[in-house]
Design a binder for this molecule. Structure first.
Ligand code: PMP
Length: 358
């Protein structure tokens, strides 16, 4: 992410002074293992609906709050449709939730390391953000997080970028003791960890945020959603505003949820199997990958930026995370079909040799 602050316009709001544009340095590359999307592609019925959609879908406005999609998501998640709010990606849902529950100047707390957009969304909404460093074994630091004032407390499980899973009992502890709204980001929940759906029935201030960008293979359509008690999701919906999920996205995502679950489950199972195989390959190279519940693997790799660049020169991109707390330099590898991971491992071996990394 770029820390550069843009030249200021005197008319711009003060809180935006240091808001950087999100810049994870993504340029086209033959094998892109940087963003944890579904490298097996789009599910079949979703693709068919996409191809067969008529121009008339696009010439009219979409539904106001994506009612059909909400019903399909409710069925998938095992809750009622009034417990769902959708958005233009879960990014939009997270941003809207912060705005719904925290007024300018109030506080957002998240664990470190975690999803890099959280402090950015906090800044975009003129909120104060505090990162609480995780424990050396990659668990969230519950007491330290609760000790910080917060209107929104954000936990990601499985966590991006480590892959670490937070147990349900820890989430319940946070939910029962935090003063504000507990936002649980379950972007990778299909790949591991326990879905916290029961907590939204137990607590009226727990919001689960999820996405169709990962397991469902629809990142480019931008469909995210959250699950919470009706009064809670209503506030997010107000903050989000109407027409945020476009008409094509609603149709295709609804088709995937209704007809493509076998494909999704098959590819989730494959991703889990290959995640373990990739981890074993990294261990065989003397690395110590963090046990992951996601569709990615994170491991400490000294000189991660140089190794990443040398891999990119060989047509394979992975995501470097320099100087993570308790970890140091690290690389995060998205999991995909094995031939891609084999190419990745070869590029990794060559890059480490070139850089002289231990
Ligand atoms: N949360 C986490 C933890 C993520 O890793 C991502 C995507 N990288 C998102 C949310 C946002 O996903 P999207 O906006 O595509 O739904």
């Amino acid at each position: 992410m770029s820390q550069r602050s843009t030249d200021r316009l005197s008319i711009a709001r003060a809180a935006y002074q240091d808001v950087p544009l999100y810049d994870p340095k993504r340029s086209p590359v033959e094998i892109d293992l940087t963003d944890n999307t579904n490298l097996w592609g789009i599910p079949p019925r979703a693709e068919q609906v996409l191809r067969e959609s008529l121009a008339s879908v696009i010439t009219r406005y979409p539904s106001l709050y994506a009612g059909e999609l909400k019903s399909a998501l409710a069925q998938y998640a095992g809750v009622s449709a009034d417990m769902i709010v959708t958005g233009c990606g879960s990014d939009d849902v997270l941003d809207s939730a912060m705005r719904a529950f925290a007024a300018p100047g109030e506080h957002v707390v998240s664990s470190l390391p975690s999803f890099a957009m959280v402090p950015i969304f906090a800044r975009m909404n003129d909120l104060e953000w505090t990162g609480v460093t995780e424990t050396p074994d990659h668990a969230i630091n519950v007491e330290a997080m609760l000790a910080e004032p917060s209107k929104v407390l954000y936990v990601c499980t499985p966590n991006n970028p480590t892959g670490a899973v937070t147990p349900l009992r820890t989430l319940r502890e946070l939910a029962s003791r935090c003063a504000g709204v507990l936002v649980i980001d379950e972007a990778y929940i299909e790949f591991g960890g326990e879905a916290a759906t029961e907590l939204v029935h137990e607590f009226d201030r727990v919001l689960l945020v999820r996405t169709m960008s990962k397991a469902f293979g629809l990142a480019g359509l931008r469909v995210g959603y959250a699950i919470g008690q009706p009064a809670l999701v209503l506030e997010v919906e107000k903050s989000r505003g109407p027409y945020k999920v476009n008409a094509l996205a609603e149709r295709v995502a609804t088709a995937a949820l209704t007809h493509d679950m076998a494909w999704v489950q098959e590819h989730v199972a494959l991703a889990i199997e290959l995640r373990e195989r990739l981890s074993a390959e990294l261990r065989a190279r003397g690395l110590n990958p963090i046990p992951s519940g996601g569709n990615f693997v994170c491991a400490a790799v000294p000189h991660c930026v140089a190794v990443g660049q040398a891999m990119r020169a060989r047509g394979v991109a992975v995501r470097p995370f320099p100087d993570l707390p308790h970890i140091g330099d690290a690389l995060r590898f998205s999991v995909g079909p094995w031939p891609l991971l084999e190419r990745c491992l070869t590029a990794f071996d060559e890059a480490r040799a070139e850089v002289g990394a231990p």
